[in-house]
Design a binder for this molecule. Sequence first.
Ligand code: XMP
Length: 528
Amino acid sequence: TILILDFGSQYSHLITRRCRELKVYAELMPCTTLLKDIHFKPQGIILSGSPYSVYDSDAPHADPAIFELGVPILGICYGLQEIAWNFKGQVAKCEHREYGHATVQRTRFGQGSVDALFEDLGDEMQVWMSHGDQLQDLPKDFHVIGQTESAPFAAVAHNTKPIYGIQFHPEVTHSPKGKAVISRFVLGICRCRANWTMEEFIGKEISRIIDICGPKGRVIGAVSGGVDSSVAAKLMHEAIGDRFHAIMVDNGVLRLDEAKQVHEMLNKDLGVNLTVVDASELFLSRLEGVEDPEQKRKIIGNTFINVFEAEAAKIEAAAEEEEKQGGEAKGLVEWLLQGTLYPDVIESISFKGPSATIKTHHNVGGLLKDMKLKLIEPLRELFKDEVRALGRLLSIPAPLVQRHPFPGPGLAIRILGPVTREQVKVLQQADNIYIEEIRRANLYNHISQAFAVLLPVKAVGVMGDKRTYEQVIALRAVQTEDFMTADWYVFPAEVLKRISSRITNEVKGVNRVTYDISSKPPATVEWL
Ligand code: XMP
């Protein structure tokens, strides 16, 4: 295992990803974590970048004990300065913040194992820099292994210990050999074995779940038809069979025929024990007249809890009754399944606290914390692409594994005005045509997320000889790696043409279709 200490850089989670891509398990922890509180012995430690300067009075520092542990250490950007700070080197502000491409020249070759970081990587490397401070002087017992035009100490190594510092960011894709540098550190210097695979994970996780739940405990969990909850449900089913109960709540703002499709998929294809609750009346009545997006999210989140808790109580009552009747004693519901992924965990362990809220993403997790059930989170170590790989291994059908994400508050945040049954129907139809045509053009898997939005304006049109005055649909499609930033997708014109013509012809009440060409930032993926 590689321990990554997070000093708050926006790239910290990418370091974790790169290690995992090398099939080495890596865990990100706040930089303030004390060595004695870490539950595993790391084979190597990576110190991330940071928005701070090491000499700021409130600058975060690592537990100095890590330098005594004897395992290899790699400091990236601020991590390099943190090493220098520890070894009493000089760090100072650059005259100009350096941001962008640079070329690192290797300065020292073949000095034995201490210079192993850049082995076999050539004499020059294109790298990505993003820093305001840099090393002014070498700390005692260190030597230079790489420099750029403006940074004479762009890469340094300890003379006798496996401690390295680099000014550039190897974790970003703008550093083409960055992954090789991380590989040199993790596989070469730390000698980690490349054995973190989803095949291994399934076996270990199933035994862990069986251990946690014991021979009788039951688990309930919400499923949405999305990949995370489906994979989590399937894993639970593999581990404890019918002692796992999935509940799907139809909140009235799902996609066209979604509840029916998910029901079929989970029951038939995954064999999971599933209850579908149609609570659409309740949700839509509570949403009546509400326009504010955050208000919509709140109502949907709270109503979800009410409905879910009522269903959970029913399942628990039935379990109790079964036990009383002397039926097979399967035990009571003790656990709540959560499809929490690693990015949510990273977000919540940040040493600065969760980043500023732009939208309160309705995460069922946070909201259900008050329930008396204990949480079980089998995906909490995984990134989205790992969950997809896991899904494939668990024989979950490919269309489900590749599904675009769908927000918890559903179409309610894609209807820009008040949510009514009629508006939901209009949007469902338009969205369905849009996705159908994307699939027909074989573009679905090239796009990260695509959906239609119903605008709260009317526009003039003409149909036959008549003037129309109807609603407008906006189409959105983005490509992104992590949904933190996103580019709008460039469709072939003929696909857009077909989509527009079908929507305006087939969806009653819509006479105009527009395509959203905003990237994130400054826009967000959803309109609300
Ligand atoms: P934004 O709009 O923040 O979206 O750029 C990024 C990703 O998050 C999804 N999203 C949500 N998911 N509840 C969710 O479960 C929400 O309230 C919510 N708002 C946005 C969005 O669909 C995209 O995938």
